[in-house]
Design a binder for this molecule. Sequence first.
Ligand code: NI
Length: 201
Amino acid sequence: MTLLKIARMGHPVLVRRADDIPDPTAREIRNLVENMVETMIDAQGVGLAAPQVHVSKRVIIFSSPEGRSDADSPKTDFSPLTALINPVIEILSEEQDLGWEGCLSIPGLSGAVPRYRHIRYKGFAPDGKAIDREATGFHARVVQHECDHLDGILYTMRMPDLSMLAFTDELRRHNLSGDGESDGDDDGDDGDDDGDDSEFE
Ligand code: NI
């Protein structure tokens, strides 16, 4: 497996529509997914789209781990690590939530982005099996963020209020991050930059 270089905002691959994958079971796709997983884990992200590693194809990986939300959150809030090829999203409710997002292609920044609260998504796994799931909460958010990458859309392009775009370390310093887990600290800055769960993909 190989760590892949991550494209940053400004690279043309991030603003074009990625190509459909004719054969989800192709060996090159399996290799790509393996390298994307390694790259995402190394970068401490929770999602990654192929264009972010300079491959303009319709494949994303993501997870929505339990423990990010309350114990009584619905099961649809969570997902194991999943690779999804040629994904399609269906919106199940017009309701949207505003939540903080980060992006490995926009390092150091976070922004508040509206996303649909309840979606269904379909696509294929690298073994050719069909995937068809409902998603809510953070799970729905991360899938929408990653699928946007396949259409050349970055989270900043979804933001209605650019006053909510900020350096992540400043948000933490002032305790403004909407992410539950990053609240509750005192406002002292420990200068540490690890493990921000909102820093997905
Ligand atoms: Ni991203």
